[in-house]
Ligand binder design. Structure first.
Ligand code: ATP
Ligand code: MG
Length: 368
């Protein structure tokens, strides 16, 4: 088997520090499990602007297109706040997502047993929570035409955004979600607003067709988005995989993230279309940003990025076993009482970014 190509883009702020901890795991996999990646590293965001005058150089984009997967830290920071819009660090991230055609955004919300008391909800509502929200990322209300603000003949102004989906756009996000459901617990909830919005009537029809023709083994249910928001807060454990429109997913995934109570723990994946060999473009990154306020202090939580790497192993490299080892290592280290500052609780041992990374590797050694 040829080595998988992994492009690492640490980016700015704590992105650099947390990525060092993933490097430890990559080294460990080479030494202890004889799994080798072809790893290259590049610049994105403000650190790319400082060198190339652009937040995403063409060569870096070409490397991303040629890689089997991209692992990204975070972009942005006060140093680049006053740059013109086109070269802001965040533009680099938007550009790479768009150029790679990453239409499926996967956001797991997992509550680790040891952290169940970190949520703002009652422990029994969230303990054991493990759901996956699949958000359509390149269509829907955020991209539909016509859009803009116009002035009417009577002088009034009118703002317009349009919710559009073609059947092919619905089917490809549907397949991504059904495939995931198949890898998990074979249940998928499609979230729409089919009682009001025609576009989502089409969405629902296509999801039903897909289930009947390609995924008869998956249990498909439907929910209106307003109810889904309520149910996520009332009884989130009823869900397994959810699939939904761009803006609905934006809102629901932030809501689900808060159920877990800790930004520093949340990974994500963004997937593109599969090629003839079934390989898809993919980018993995923590949900949190560059956190300039804690940059360089060795206190950032590296677990969101480490868990993003585990998602990469699972969804891009077919290394489910190693992915689960990493997830178990994270669980065990938390159970053992180690905490970075952001998830600190009374009676636990506060550790630095690097000690957390080392502890994960030590735990992997035990599990190996
Ligand atoms: P962005 O616009 O890139 O999303 P943001 O400012 O909205 O950035 P973050 O950079 O994620 O959000 O930071 C929000 C807060 O959470 C900050 O105070 C930061 O210190 C904290 N934070 C974010 N990520 C981590 C982490 N991995 N470990 C510890 N604290 C974190
Ligand atoms: Mg933010």
């Amino acid at each position: 088997m040829t080595a998988k190509k992994l492009l690492i883009l640490p980016g700015d702020g704590i992105g650099q520090e947390v990525m060092v901890q993933v490097r430890r795991i990559i080294d460990w996999m080479a030494k202890k499990r004889n799994i080798h990646f072809e790893v290259s590293e590049g610049l994105i965001g403000g650190s790319a602007y400082d060198v190339h005058g652009t937040p995403l150089a063409d060569e870096t984009l070409a490397d991303a297109m040629a890689a089997d997967a991209v692992l990204l830290g975070a972009v942005g920071g006060p140093k680049w706040d006053d740059l013109p819009f086109e070269v802001k660090p965040e533009r680099g991230l938007l550009k790479i997502r768009k150029e790679m055609g990453l239409f499926a955004n996967l956001r797991p919300a997992v509550v680790f047993d040891a952290l169940a008391d970190a949520s703002t909800l009652k422990t029994e509502v969230v303990s054991g929570l493990d759901i996956m929200i699949v958000r359509e990322l390149t269509g829907g209300l955020y991209f539909g035409q016509p859009r803009g603000i116009e002035t009417l003949p009577n002088g009034e102004r009118k703002g317009v955004n349009t919710l559009t989906y073609t059947t092919s756009e619905i089917v490809r996000i549907g397949r991504a979600a059904f495939d995931l459901a198949r890898k998990r617990n074979k249940r998928l909830c499609s979230v729409d607003k089919a009682n009001v919005l025609e576009c989502t009537v089409l969405w629902r029809e296509e999801m039903i067709k897909l289930q009947q023709t390609e995924y008869p083994d998956i249990e498909l249910s439907h929910m209106y988005v307003d109810n889904a928001a309520m149910q996520l807060v009332r009884n989130p454990k009823q869900f397994d995989v959810m699939v939904t429109e761009n803006m609905f997913g934006d809102i629901l995934s932030d809501c689900a993230a808060m159920l877990t109570g800790s930004l520093g723990m949340l990974p994500s994946a963004s997937l593109g279309a599969a090629d003839a060999n079934g390989n898809r473009k993919a980018l993995y990154e923590p949900v949190h940003g560059s956190a300039p306020d804690i940059q360089g202090k060795d206190i950032a939580n590296p677990l969101a990025t480490i868990l993003s790497f585990a998602m990469c192993l699972k969804y891009s490299f077919n290394m489910d076993h190693e992915a689960e080892m990493i997830e178990t290592a994270v669980k065990n280290v938390l159970k053992g009482g180690l905490r970075t500052a952001d998830i600190m609780a009374p009676g636990k041992a506060k550790v630095s970014t690097s000690v957390m990374g080392e502890s994960i590797v030590r735990e992997l050694d035990k599990l190996n």
